[in-house]
Design a protein around this ligand. Structure first.
Ligand SMILES: [Fe+2]
Ligand SMILES: [Fe+2]
Length: 153
């Protein structure tokens, strides 16, 4: 698939998408190595708190809002966020939950990168997009290296 050039304002979010895809990859590696589910889940919790909650908030408040609330793509993205939050917040996660996190996260990120963000870039004005950049840059970046239990290695 031909890559569409990402607007400067959406690049920080795209970089976080890269971290998300990496999480899915780490989960797959963990499962392949038969690592205990709770070790994988602890890392998922860390990712959720450090990165994903903030990422979702930026998208929901400042990015999806550049399209109409009735937009079908926005509705789908919001439904994905709800589903992912439910999965990450599962109190007693089993193998099924971990597999669902891996699959749903990757699917959601591919959808944003290949479909939703392209539409937003086309429809939003330059001024609106620059506002997103301003807001996102003022926030700390995620720090996924601060984790000692690298079960995927
Ligand atoms: Fe999202
Ligand atoms: Fe995203």
């Amino acid at each position: 698939m031909k890559a569409i050039k990402r607007h400067e304002a959406l690049k920080p979010l795209s970089r976080e998408h890269h971290e998300g895809l990496l999480l899915s990859w780490k989960i797959r590696m963990g499962l392949k190595k038969e690592v205990a589910i709770d070790r994988i889940k602890r890392y998922c919790d860390f990712f959720f708190k450090e990165d994903l909650v903030h990422h979702f908030n930026i998208e929901e408040l400042h990015v999806f809002s550049l399209l109409e609330p009735e937009d079908e793509l926005v509705k789908r993205a919001l439904a994905d966020h709800r589903k992912l939050k439910r999965l990450f917040m599962q109190k007693q996660p089993d193998m099924k939950t971990i597999v669902a996190i891996e699959e749903e996260l990757e699917k959601h990120i591919r959808f944003e990168e290949r479909v939703l963000f392209n539409k937003i870039q086309e429809e939003a004005s330059e001024k609106q997009l620059l506002k997103v950049l301003e807001l996102h840059n003022s926030n700390k970046g995620c720090n996924m290296d601060n984790w000692n239990d690298k079960f995927w290695e």
